[in-house]
Structure formats: structure tokens, C-alpha cells
Design a protein around this ligand. Structure first.
Ligand SMILES: *Cc1c(COP(=O)(O)O)cnc(C)c1O
Length: 470
């Protein structure tokens, strides 16, 4: 399989190159030149596979011979273990009610769905870097959950160091604790003080990556959801959820996806392109509803301020992965995409033309917004009715999925994190705290390694120079 850039300025490259590259050299995002498709009988033969074999079937299409099958099996086998995810199922499906399902994606070590992709990415890095006898310094931004999951994935691995930017305010105390309590020489936590939370962090990552000389000199790579391998890994659980909720391939399902950076739902969209019978993908935003606005109006209009909400991992007003989807909607015309992104990057609203709007409407995505009140209501109601406690992000997905569901077919709510990560909101909803892991100390002041002002690119480069693997 070969990969191209959404901005049209990259000769096709292989899967391993794309894994190490993160952002393409022309500033675009990488995509396979086509989406592999499974026929009906192909799907049938996958129905009974366990998670690892399923992952192998799907991922080998994206790897496309670039990693020998035995090695890929080894990488997958060591990633998706009961030890790592607490269950052989990896992402178990629970039936909640008639046609209502919860796909539990947050059994990994950091209690969010990010582990499913990042645990694989950590092992892919290790393998690829070993093969190429080189190293990588990962630079990433987090709104809360990517940070700890990425650090967990590379902590102690010898050929990678990680620099993680997180917003100084906006994450929960527990999320801060998960990252800042880690004191490994190859992990550096940098908190960013600014008004736009995650977006400030992401902009700094983008700026540093634009300095091609610096990027090359320090061998910078990416772990955030722009890394193609993450998207590919996430495609797998849509198949897993589909097979677990249905009896045969004649049935269709809907998925409800709480959305921030558009990584998770992009994987669902791609699963659908690959032939998985998904009718609708319900995209749920929180109060930062840029994406919901796009799917309602055709206008994509990133905002200059991000609202702090009680589903903080979705406090994003510029969704990086949206570019991949847009590229497809623009019939993969890189010139048009460039024009569109130039508008977006200069802070102006960009409207999609009539011709492409129709494609958007046919892509299966239906968007809705959830707010603090809706979130609390769902957490409480779901707990009361089903005895199942869900986190605020999952609740956003449930709210939008439930409102829009087709009564005649299953809707699968993606459970993207465990309640322990968002203690205060859970307490507000049900009047008591969720169960917390024993290592966590709520009274302790967990501190990042560095604090920078938003936009302090030189400060960030100094830290990288000081602590990078060279
Ligand atoms: C990251 C995250 C999301 C948003 O996922 P995207 O891939 O960024 O759209 C939703 N819920 C939780 C708990 C998350 O950590």
C-alpha cells in the first residue's frame, strides 16, 4: 500500500515511512491511495475471528507487505493482550437494551480508548526504528487523554523520547496525575499557558514541525491522531463492534462517536468505505461545536477561543483529522483542499460548495451537540436505568446517538473513557465519586516538567534540544 498527502506535495511512500513521518513534509496528512474493500464473503470469514486475528486481517491491508506477516503478527500479538486490556476481548461489546449497545474501548492501561491505537503505535515505532537503526523524538499535544496513553506506550522504550504539550488548565486533576507522576528520562511533560487549551498546544507542535531543518535534525515524529497508524488501529474495533452486535452481514448498524480531533470517527468513516455495513455515524460534539456546525451548514469555522467543558478531551476547535475527510469529500483534489485549508488557517470560515456538500450529506455522518446539562442527565439516567456508569464523553455520544437513532437497527455507543478520569463531573451527576485507582492521590500537586506560554516556540525548541535522543 502506498500513501499520499492531502496537500498533494509528496511522492507516494510506504506504511513504515508514514508511521515515522507524522505530518507529511508538505504540511498535509497522509492517506492510503485507496481504501481496501472487503467483499461480503471476506466479511463473513472475519466474523468469528478474535481481536488479534481481526486486527491482523485489517492492518495487513494497510501495511501492504511493508512489514513481513510474521513480524506484523508479533507486533499485534504483543499489543492486544489480556494483560494490557484486562480482557481477551480487548474491546468488549455490552448489550444495554433492545438495539442499544456499548462498545467498551477504555480497558487499556490509561483508561481511555486512546490506548487501543497508541499501544500498537508504540510497538510499531520500536519495530520500525530497530529495523532502520534509528531513533525518534515524538512531539505531541494532548487535551487530556492522548498524553498519558502516548507516554504509557513509549515509556521505557529505548529508541524513542516523547515531548508532550498539555494545557495548563482544563484537564482534570486525575489526567494531570497520570502524566505528571511519570518521571522517566525519555518522557517530558510541558504545560502550556494560554487561552485556547489544546489548540494552543497543537499550534506549537505544528509550528515546530514547519521548521524542516529542526525537524530533521532532531528526528521529530508525531503521536497525536494525525499519525496514520492510529487511525488504522481504530478501524479494527468498528469491525469488532459490528460483528459482536449482528448475526449476519445483511444487517446494518449505527455508531455514536464522541468527537474532538475527528480521529475516532474518521476510523468509522473508513471502516464504512471498506465495506462494513454502517448506516450512520453519529458525531457528537460538546459546546465546542465547530464540527456540528459544519455538518449542519457546510461552513467550517474554527474559533479563536476554546470553551472549557466537562468533556475536556473534546475541547477542540480545529480538528486536525477533519482534513482527511475533507480531502475525500473534495474528490481528493489537493488543489481545492489547499485553497480550503488556507482559508481555515487564516481564521476565516470556509464553505464547501454545493457539489461537494452532497457528498458530505451522503457520507453517513449525522452530527449533534451535547452540553453540560445533557451530559449530566445521561450519566445519571444511564446509571439509574442500567446500573452502568459512563464518563462525560461517552455520555455526549449517547445523547446524540440516542436522539438520532434509527429504531429498527442497533446503535453502538463508543465508550471512550472510564469515569475515574472525570471524578468531579461524575460526582455532580450522581452525587458520589466513581471508583478511583489506588495509586492516585487527590490531594497531591502533580507538576509538569516545564511550563511555557502559548506560542513560545523558542522555549519549546530549547527543551527539545536539551532532552532529545540524539
Ligand atoms: C480523545 C477523546 C475523544 C475524542 O476523540 P477524537 O479522536 O479526538 O475525535 C473523545 N473521548 C475521549 C474520552 C477522548 O479521550
Amino acid at each position: 500500500m502506498q500513501y499520499i498527502s492531502t496537500r498533494g506535495g509528496m511522492e507516494p511512500v510506504s506504511f513504515s515511512d508514514v508511521v515515522l513521518m507524522g505530518l507529511a513534509p508538505d504540511g498535509g496528512l497522509t492517506l492510503p491511495i485507496y481504501y481496501p474493500r472487503f467483499s461480503n464473503s471476506g466479511l463473513e470469514s472475519m466474523r468469528k475471528l478474535d481481536y488479534r486475528d481481526l486486527a491482523f486481517r485489517i492492518l495487513s491491508k494497510f501495511v501492504g507487505g511493508d512489514i513481513p506477516s510474521r513480524d506484523l503478527e508479533g507486533i499485534i500479538g504483543k499489543t492486544y493482550t489480556e494483560e494490557n486490556f484486562g480482557t481477551k476481548e480487548i474491546t468488549p461489546l455490552e448489550k444495554i437494551d433492545h438495539n442499544l449497545y456499548l462498545l467498551d474501548l477504555s480497558r487499556g492501561p490509561t483508561l481511555a480508548f486512546k490506548d487501543v491505537a497508541l499501544q500498537l503505535l508504540g510497538n510499531l515505532f520500536e519495530y520500525t526504528l530497530e529495523k532502520k537503526s534509528t531513533h525518534l523524538n515524538l512531539l505531541g499535544a494532548t487535551s487530556g487523554d492522548t498524553g498519558s496513553a502516548a507516554e504509557e506506550a513509549v515509556d521505557g522504550k529505548s529508541k524513542t523520547a516523547i515531548f508532550m504539550l498539555s494545557p495548563l488548565t482544563g484537564m482534570t486533576h486525575f489526567q494531570g496525575a497520570q502524566m505528571y507522576s511519570r518521571k522517566s528520562p525519555n518522557v517530558t511533560n510541558i504545560a502550556v499557558e494560554g487561552r485556547r487549551g489544546f489548540d494552543d498546544c497543537q499550534d506549537m507542535v505544528t509550528s515546530v514541525n514547519k521548521d524542516a531543518t529542526f525537524k530533521q535534525q532532531y528526528r521529530l515524529g508525531a503521536v497525536n491522531s494525525i499519525n496514520w497508524a492510529r487511525v488504522a488501529a481504530q478501524v479494527v474495533y468498528y469491525f469488532k463492534g459490528y460483528f459482536a452486535a449482528t448475526d449476519d452481514n445483511g444487517q446494518s448498524v449505527n455508531f455514536a462517536v464522541p468527537t474532538g480531533n475527528f480521529g475516532n470517527i474518521l476510523a468509522g468513516y473508513i471502516a464504512k468505505q471498506m465495506g462494513l455495513p454502517i448506516r450512520h455515524l453519529y458525531l457528537a460534539t460538546n459546546e465546542n461545536n465547530v464540527l456540528e456546525e459544519f455538518f449542519r451548514t457546510g461552513i467550517y469555522s474554527p474559533r479563536s477561543e476554546t470553551i472549557h467543558t466537562s468533556s475536556p478531551s473534546m475541547d477542540i476547535t480545529k480538528a486536525s483529522n477533519f482534513e482527511r475527510y475533507l480531502f475525500d469529500m473534495l474528490e481528493r483534489d489537493a488543489r481545492k483542499l489547499n485553497r480550503y485549508m488556507a482559508l481555515v488557517e487564516s481564521g476565516q470560515p470556509a464553505k464547501i460548495s454545493e457539489r461537494y456538500w452532497e457528498r458530505v450529506q451522503n457520507s453517513g455522518i449525522i452530527a449533534g451537540t451535547s452540553t453540560h446539562r445533557g451530559r449530566l442527565y445521561i450519566i445519571k439516567a444511564f446509571y439509574k436505568k442500567y446500573g452502568r456508569l459512563v464518563d462525560p464523553h461517552t455520555a455526549d455520544g449517547i445523547k446524540v446517538g440516542y436522539e438520532n437513532r434509527d429504531l429498527d437497527m442497533p446503535v453502538i455507543f463508543l465508550e471512550t473513557a472510564k469515569p475515574a478520569k472525570f471524578e468531579a463531573t461524575i460526582r455532580e451527576a450522581i452525587g458520589r465519586s466513581p471508583e478511583m485507582p489506588s495509586w492516585y492521590d487527590p490531594g497531591k500537586d502533580y507538576k509538569p516538567d516545564f511550563v511555557l506560554k502559548a506560542g513560545d516556540i523558542n522555549g519549546l525548541k530549547r527543551i527539545i534540544k536539551q532532552r532529545a535522543i540524539q
